[in-house]
Design a protein around this ligand. Sequence first.
Ligand code: ADP
Ligand code: 5GP
Length: 212
Amino acid sequence: MANRRFSKPPEGSIIVLSAPSGSGKSTIIRRLLASLPQLRFSVSYTTRAPRSRERDGREYFFVSEDRFKRMVGAGEFAEWANVYGHYYGTSVRQLRRAQRAGEDILLDIDVQGHHWVRRRLPESLGVFVIPPSYQELRRRLVDRRSDSPEAIRKRLLAAREEIRHWREYDYVLVNDDVGETAHVLRDIILAARQRSGCQRRLVEKIVKSFGG
Ligand code: ADP
Ligand code: 5GP
C-alpha cells in the first residue's frame, strides 16, 4: 500500500510533440488527453482561423494579428513562430503554472519551437510524429477538408523540410494506426514520470526516512 506521507506528485515533464501538418498529431492528442486526464495541454495562441471542430481556449486561443503582436511586445510568449503564414505562440504563464504545480505539460509546437525548448529546457522530451509516407500525408490533408488547395500545397512543401529534423527528437512515432500511436505516446509519458530528475522531491523524502 502507498504511504500517504510520500504520495506527493513527482515534478512534471515538458513533452514537445511536433509533426508535419496532417500527420495526425491533433487526433493523437485528443485521444491522449482523454486517457491521461492529469496531463496538461499547453494551449497556444494563434492568428489562424479556427477549424470546424476547434473551440477557442481548447485547441488554441484564436487572436487577431494586432493582439498577437502586442502580446509579443509584452513578453507573454515563451517562444513564438510564423508557421505556414500564421503566428503561433506558447504562453509563458501556462508553462510556469504547470512547472510550479509539478504537472506534466504537452506542447504541440513546430520544429522551430522545439529548438527553443531544447535550448532553454534541456530536460524536456521531444517526440516527432510522421505519417507512413508522403502520399499518405497528402491523402490525409485532402480528406481532412479543412485547408484550401493553396494551404495544402504550402503544408506539403513545408513537410519536406520539417521531416529532415527527425533526428533532433528523443522519439519518432510513425502514425500508421492512430490508436496504437496514442497508446505508445501514453507509455512514453508515463515512463518519463519515473525519471530520477522528475522524482527528486519524492525520492529525497524517502532517502531522508533512511536517515540519510
Ligand atoms: P495534424 O494535427 O497533424 O495536422 P490531424 O490530427 O488533423 O493532423 O489528422 C489529419 C487527418 O488524418 C484527419 O482527417 C485525421 O482524422 C486523419 N488521421 C489521423 N491519424 C490517422 C491515421 N493513423 N490513419 C488514418 N487517418 C488518420
Ligand atoms: P495547425 O495550424 O495545423 O494547428 O498548426 C500548424 C503548426 O503550428 C503545427 O506544426 C503546430 O505544432 C505548430 N504550432 C502550434 N502552436 C505553436 C506554438 O505555440 N509555437 C510554435 N512554434 N509552433 C506552434
